[in-house]
Write a new protein. Structure first.
Length: 282
């Protein structure tokens, strides 16, 4: 059976609660699900009750939003089953604060065009304190100024090149992040290597100490998959897979049903065996 190893909830930029996601995973026949919210680690206090309630393995995880300042591209890093999650909190908090700073600037710009307030936007933000463009759009939808999350209003306000209110986030250096993640005793995996041109960072990340790559992802390109397979064979890397599920908080052309891109039971078992080894060594 399969596990979806890349999912987002209301704790970051997903539209659905952790309980909804785990319930859905059980209904579609998955045997495992990883909660990997942006810069917000899923603790055992969250995952263990969900495991008990729904009868599937729920893996603690996080997706760290970073930048490779050497190659000039964004990179996302997944980390699973951390023994010492507190070791990564300083780098996670830097990104959370940088994202919040950018969001508040965007809200201020939007508030000059529409009658919304920071409190209206923050009302839709989950416990992970992730505040993004989706949450601003949710406030605009509630106020009746648009009927869709990613339509004309979104592109007018937040297009990265022409958006009237777009403010970029200053991301944490990816190698600083990987160094911190290695202190957690977690399993470190490069997320969706074809997205953001991240494949350019692969060799340097291997040297920095990642344990695996997200080989199965809806946006991975065939040429990059071949590069990844060669690296997996050469460096004996783990492979994982996931839908990168966000519910309806993602553009329509990127929406995928939960469990339609997964890691196999063999891949999940290999990851958990590596996790057990790392825990024994730390």
């Amino acid at each position: 059976m399969a596990a979806d190893m890349h999912c987002h909830t209301t704790r970051s930029d997903g539209s659905d609660s952790p309980a909804f996601l785990v319930s859905l995973a059980a209904r579609v026949g998955l045997t495992g699900l990883a909660l990997t919210d942006h810069d917000c680690y899923a603790p055992h206090s969250l995952t263990q009750p969900l495991e008990a309630q729904y009868g599937i393995r729920v893996i603690n995880g996080v997706e760290c939003s970073c930048r490779d300042n050497i190659h000039g591209n964004k990179v996302h890093i997944l980390c699973y089953n951390c023994k010492y999650p507190e070791a990564m909190q300083p780098v996670l908090q830097k990104t959370v604060q940088a994202r919040l700073d950018a969001a508040l600037q965007m809200i201020d710009k939007v508030a000059k065009l529409y009658p919304i307030t920071p409190e209206m936007v923050m009302d839709g933000v989950g416990e992970g304190r992730f505040c993004g463009k989706q949450h601003i759009m949710l406030a605009l939808m509630k106020a009746g100024y648009t009927t869709e999350m990613f339509g004309d209003v979104f592109h007018e306000l937040f297009d990265k090149k022409t958006g009237r209110c777009f403010v970029p986030i200053v991301h944490t250096d990816v190698f600083e992040t990987v160094k911190a993640l290695r202190e957690t005793g977690g399993v470190i995996v490069m997320a969706h290597p074809s997205v953001y041109g991240s494949i350019a960072s692969l060799q340097d990340l291997i040297q920095a100490g990642i344990h695996g790559v997200e080989l199965h992802h809806p946006r991975n390109k065939p040429h990059d998959i071949e590069i990844l397979r060669q690296a997996v064979d050469e460096y004996r890397l783990l492979t994982t897979g996931g839908t990168d599920f966000h519910g309806y908080f993602v553009e329509k052309n990127r929406r995928r049903p939960l469990g339609t891109c997964t890691a196999s039971s063999r891949e999940l078992n290999a990851l958990m065996e590596t996790s057990s080894r790392l825990w024994a060594e730390n």
